[in-house]
Design a protein around this ligand. Structure first.
Ligand SMILES: [Ca+2]
Length: 101
């Protein structure tokens, strides 16, 4: 994903774009710095993704989204790690771009 020029490696500018788009966004949203995102932290991390606005505003749909990705249905375990968050974020960004939002 970071190698958007398809050169087989990434330069420092590509790394910084990737870092700003994903790593920094995750770290900023992780308010308690435990390297997991709670449902509230997750909502913060996705606030700039237009296609998820309605889903995240509905607590039931939000819980279903987190459960679908994490596979952990109970509320206490409804935190997601960076890998799980990356999957959602990549899909949401691609979905937004694809839908012209
Ligand atoms: Ca956290």
């Amino acid at each position: 994903m970071a190698d958007f020029k398809k050169e087989g490696n990434i330069d420092i500018n590509q790394w910084r774009l990737f870092r700003n788009m994903f790593v920094a966004k995750f770290n900023t949203a992780d308010a308690d710095k435990n390297l997991f995102l709670s449902p509230a932290e997750f909502v913060t991390s996705m606030a700039d993704i237009p296609v998820l606005t309605k889903t995240l505003a509905d607590p039931i749909q939000q819980a279903q989204l987190l459960n679908d990705v994490s596979g952990r249905p109970d509320k206490e375990a409804a935190t997601i790690n960076f890998f799980e968050w990356m999957f959602i974020r990549q899909c949401a960004v691609a979905w937004s771009v694809g839908s012209g939002m």
